[in-house]
Design a binder for this molecule. Structure first.
Ligand code: MG
Length: 163
C-alpha cells in the first residue's frame, strides 16, 4: 500500500467588483457564501488537496507542477480535471483508492449540511464508493487568517491499494 498527504489553502475575498473572489466551490459542489475563492483555476481547495494526496502517494510531481498557475489553459479550470488526471495516472500505475480522509478548516460556510453531496461527488469523480471518502469540517477558533474568514484550508490523506 502507499499513503499520500495533500494540503492546500486559498484566500477568500468578496466577489467582483469589490474583490477577486470566484464562486465558492468545494469538492465540485457550489455553495452560496458571502466571499469567494481567489485562484487561477476555480479554486476548489478540497479537490486540490485530494489531488495532491493521490499524486503524493504515487511519488509524482504535485498539482502546481502538473498544472501551473501561470498556464492560461488552467485559468478558471474545473478542478475535477486535475483530480481525474491524478486518478488516471493512479490506475495506469496499478493502484486504486483504499480510502481518503479530508479535513476542511474554515469558519464559514458550515460543511455539515453539504457533506454528503461533497462526498458523493468526490466518489463519483474518482470512481470509488462513497464509504471510501471521508470529509469533515472544523473551525480555526476565530484566530489567524483562516479563523478571520480570509482563507480556507484543507488537509487530505489518501491510502492507495493495488488494483
Ligand atoms: Mg489550490
Amino acid at each position: 500500500m502507499r499513503v499520500g498527504h495533500g494540503y492546500d489553502l486559498h484566500r477568500l475575498e468578496a466577489c467582483p467588483p469589490a474583490g477577486k473572489g470566484k464562486q465558492f466551490v468545494l469538492g465540485g459542489i457550489q455553495i452560496e457564501h458571502s466571499t469567494g475563492l481567489v485562484a487561477h483555476s476555480d479554486g476548489d481547495v478540497l479537490l486540490h488537496a485530494v489531488t495532491d494526496a493521490i499524486l503524493g502517494a504515487l511519488g509524482l510531481p504535485d498539482i502546481g507542477q502538473l498544472f501551473p498557475d501561470n498556464d492560461p489553459k488552467n485559468e478558471s479550470a474545473d478542478s475535477a480535471i486535475f483530480l481525474c488526471e491524478a486518478v488516471d495516472r493512479m490506475r495506469k500505475a496499478g493502484w486504486e483508492i483504499g480510502n481518503i480522509d479530508c479535513t476542511i478548516i474554515c469558519e464559514q460556510p458550515k460543511i455539515g449540511p453539504r457533506r454528503s453531496e461533497i462526498v458523493a461527488n468526490i466518489a463519483r469523480l474518482i470512481g470509488c464508493t462513497a464509504d471510501s471518502i471521508n470529509v469533515k469540517g472544523k473551525t480555526h477558533e476565530r484566530v489567524d487568517a483562516v479563523g478571520e474568514g480570509r482563507a480556507i484550508e484543507v488537509h487530505a490523506c489518501a491510502l492507495l491499494k493495488p488494483r
